[in-house]
Design a protein around this ligand. Structure first.
Ligand SMILES: Nc1nc2c(ncn2[C@@H]2O[C@H](COP(=O)(O)OP(=O)(O)OP(=O)(O)O)[C@@H](O)[C@H]2O)c(=O)[nH]1
Length: 226
């Protein structure tokens, strides 16, 4: 039996589909960390989480699925980042306080021609589960623009996998006056693979990946898992 045949059989047994899999080396990641942290009242990226900061923890967990040199941080122009566990690329927002959509557009554009698929994650999701991230990469079909968790009509665009090329369509939405990331994504229609969160329980039973620490209470609750 040839090596190629054994590999194909292994992929079938492991349920890795030819059209869905994105090889690890061609992946990228964006960690958005430039928000105002108004509900928290202090910079979320710098909050301690166990022995790390929240940002360092999200970087470490992301690096379980994406080569660390391909993890980019998207920060506000003047934001003071905490000490990083390794020297990462940092993109700075060109305009202040415009929310995650422009940050996502600039971040994705930076990967055009360099990555097949890019994970987007918030710095305030310290319970991110690498198995769930792997599943999202697998769900991204070759002709799709993004694989986005969905709870009914509600999308979770800040824990999702995108094609870098989608930056262009999202930029057009921005130019047309759309400010909501959710609205911009909906404009892509059927080119999004929606991943029902209930199905994602298979890889993250309590859906901890989606627990964002926006308030002190949410932060305290997340710390209980450390
Ligand atoms: N680079 C960048 N990231 C952003 C921006 N706005 C939000 N984010 C990030 O997107 C993620 C989700 O942000 P939110 O929790 O909705 O907003 P936030 O500004 O962090 O917090 P609030 O001020 O309490 O709404 C977080 O990781 C933020 O750091 C922005 O303007 N630029």
């Amino acid at each position: 039996m040839s090596v190629a045949l054994v590999y194909r059989l292994w992929r079938r047994v492991a349920r890795v589909s030819d059209s869905d899999e994105t090889d690890r080396a061609t992946r990228g990641a964006l960690i958005l960390c430039g928000g105002g942290s108004r509900r928290m009242g202090r910079d979320k990226a710098s909050l301690p989480f166990g022995a790390e900061t929240m940002l360092a923890r999200v970087m470490r967990l992301t690096a379980e699925c994406v080569p660390r040199e391909r993890i980019t941080l998207v920060a506000a122009a003047e934001q003071q980042l905490p000490p990083l566990p390794w020297e990462a690329t940092v993109i700075r927002d060109r305009v202040a306080d415009r929310g995650p959509l422009p940050a996502l557009v600039d971040g994705l554009a930076s990967f055009e021609g360099r990555a097949a698929a890019v994970l987007v994650v918030s710095c305030d999701a310290p319970l991110l589960q690498p198995r769930l991230v792997e599943r999202l990469f697998q769900l991204l079909a070759r002709d799709a623009e993004a694989a986005v968790p969905a709870e009914g009509e509600r999308l979770q665009p800040l824990l999702a996998v995108y094609r870098p090329r989608v930056a262009e369509a999202l930029q057009a939405q921005l130019a047309a006056g759309t400010t909501s990331l959710h609205g911009a994504l909906r404009s892509l229609g059927g080119r999004i693979v929606e991943a029902p969160v209930e199905q994602l329980r298979a890889v993250d039973p309590e859906l901890r990946s989606f627990l964002n620490c926006n308030t002190e209470e949410e932060y305290e609750a997340a710390l209980a898992y450390v």
